[in-house]
Design a protein around this ligand. Sequence first.
Ligand code: C5P
Length: 229
Amino acid sequence: MTGRCWAVVPAAGAGARMGSATPKQYLSLAGRRVIEWSLAPLLRLDEMATIVVATSAGDPWWRDIAPGSDKLRRVDGGARRQDSVLLGLRALETVADTDDWVLVHDAARPCLPDEDLAELLSRVAADSVGGLLACPVRDTLKHASGDGRVDRTIPRDDLWQALTPQVFRYGPLRAALESAAEAGVEVTDEAAAMERAGYSPLLVPGSPVNIKITRPGDIALASAFLEGR
Ligand code: C5P
């Protein structure tokens, strides 16, 4: 990728599935906080201009851990992930050009390999739409009937699990998220907003170690991945 790029890191979630009072992005992990690990590969990019971190309003954790970098800027996030990302994008309005690339990465994904990020940026640089890291689904998928039993098996061919970062151009991504918000449509990642706007994001194969901290056992898993590097 040539030229500058921007990033938005949604970090305003409460992480209810973790069952801890501290949101998952601020939990301790291999000597640092989860979010510090998530930000580190983005901060290592030479072309990164500014990383907007969207935290909940009145977040008491961010100021204690904010890694010292003048590339970081904090804004208040929103009720859903898509709202937090949109608020982060709006904060870049006066500095980002419509064709600039914006990378969106979950604060709760601390194991992003530098090689995956480099591969994503180089593949996307040659693409008109943009894309995302993703993993082909490896297990057989079952659909549940509601009573805890299987009612059918879903063919996994052509199914991918979406990861982050996801990288799109500022103008089209912002327009896609503004449009979803206006229409009251829920989109669980940036690619879904772009698909709704008629684009076909590029799938860039990424490592399955790039997990999103979601459940209590994930901290031990992420710690094993990071310490094994
Ligand atoms: O809850 P989930 O695992 O989908 O969250 C993914 C990312 O989105 C996390 O980094 C979380 O902090 C962020 N998020 C947010 N604003 C919300 C909900 C989640 O920034 N309202």
